[in-house]
Design a protein around this ligand. Structure first.
Ligand code: ATP
Length: 299
């Protein structure tokens, strides 16, 4: 069972919001959709949910088309948060849980459980309008997963949350994944995706520019970053063959190299020169990969 997006294009008039996107999300995995504003993430999600019809291609879950309005296997956190300000958290979740076919006792028990996880059990009787924006977002997340859906689609779930709440939410999505849910989420922040996902796609102007397994994407890229700390200038390494980027800083330098062999050469060169406090070879970041592929920075 998997979510399959097969050569999907979405046009609004002459404009391609999504162009020839093909993605497979295996069951039980966490998939990250990255992209700057307007890259096409929300449009892709709306098509996944059946809220928009692709202009070309098809999207299926377990080989069937999804109809969000008639199924409870999906949980969706939309980008535009939509809760009723005058209702209490309990009333709001009872209402939304019933729409998903849940019984009152189930809703109450699941709600208490989630409010406890988010460390806000006292919110049950508070009105939505009394909560801060970030806390309303937690309630909306609870609304999306209350009924334990198989497929969870979260549009920018981390945006607007403080670091503590980002951590609570990461814990929550990991827990849902460990229980078997398939999770797709979008983010502007590469580090969230690097930390949480096995598979990812970076969208740029409607097209997938980096796509696949995080580990393989990094391996295939080949290049590595060498981080060196030393109390003398490392500028002599700048023009070494195989050095593709050189950034010095007050404590040393961060150098992009073509591969491990070049890193070893740099190591030999600097140990000849003097004492090295730190020499570390790191995997390239998604940001490095994106910049290389698209020739521009992501933000
Ligand atoms: N209904 C629509 N009619 C016309 N253009 C649209 C429509 N919906 C989206 N677009 C355009 O499609 C492009 C992709 O939008 P989308 O909302 O999918 O991007 P996104 O990656 O989710 O961006 P953000 O991070 O800002 O939410 C944008 O240029 C947007 O203006």
């Amino acid at each position: 069972m998997s979510l399959s997006i097969d050569h999907v294009t979405k046009r609004f008039g002459q404009f391609n919001a999504v162009s020839d996107l093909t993605i497979q999300v295996p069951k039980g995995e966490m998939f990250g959709m990255l992209g700057a504003n307007g890259a096409g993430k929300t449009t892709t999600f709306r098509m996944m949910l059946g809220l928009l019809e692709p202009s070309e291609g098809k999207i299926t879950w377990d080989q069937k088309k999804i109809d969000y309005s008639r199924t409870s296997i999906i949980g969706y956190l939309p980008e535009e948060r939509g809760l009723y300000p005058k209702l209490t958290v309990r009333e709001q979740l009872l209402y939304l849980g019933r729409l998903k076919g849940m019984k009152k006792a189930e809703i109450i028990s699941s709600m208490k459980d989630w409010l406890e996880k988010f460390k806000v059990p006292e919110y049950e009787t508070k009105k939505i309008e009394e909560l801060s924006k970030g806390n309303q977002q937690k309630i909306q997340f609870i609304a999306a997963v209350l009924h334990r859906p198989e497929l969870i689609i979260l549009d920018e779930p981390f945006s607007g949350l403080d670091p503590l709440n980002v951590d609570l939410l990461k814990k929550a999505v990991n827990e849902l994944k460990n229980e078997g849910a398939t999770i797709v989420f979008s983010s502007h922040r590469m580090e969230h995706v690097e930390e949480l996902c096995e598979h990812l796609c970076i969208m740029h102007k409607g097209s997938p520019v980096v796509h696949g397994k995080l580990k393989e994407i990094k391996q295939d890229f080949g290049k590595k970053n060498v981080v060196i700390r030393a109390d003398y200038s490392l500028d002599f390494l700048k023009d070494q063959p195989g050095v593709t980027k050189y950034e010095s800083n007050p404590n040393g330098a961060r150098i992009q190299v073509e591969g491990m062999e070049i890193a070893k050469t740099l190591f030999a060169l600097i140990t000849e020169k003097g004492f090295v406090e730190r020499f570390e070879v790191e995997e390239p970041s998604l940001h490095d990969i994106f910049v290389e592929k698209v020739g521009t920075t992501y933000e």
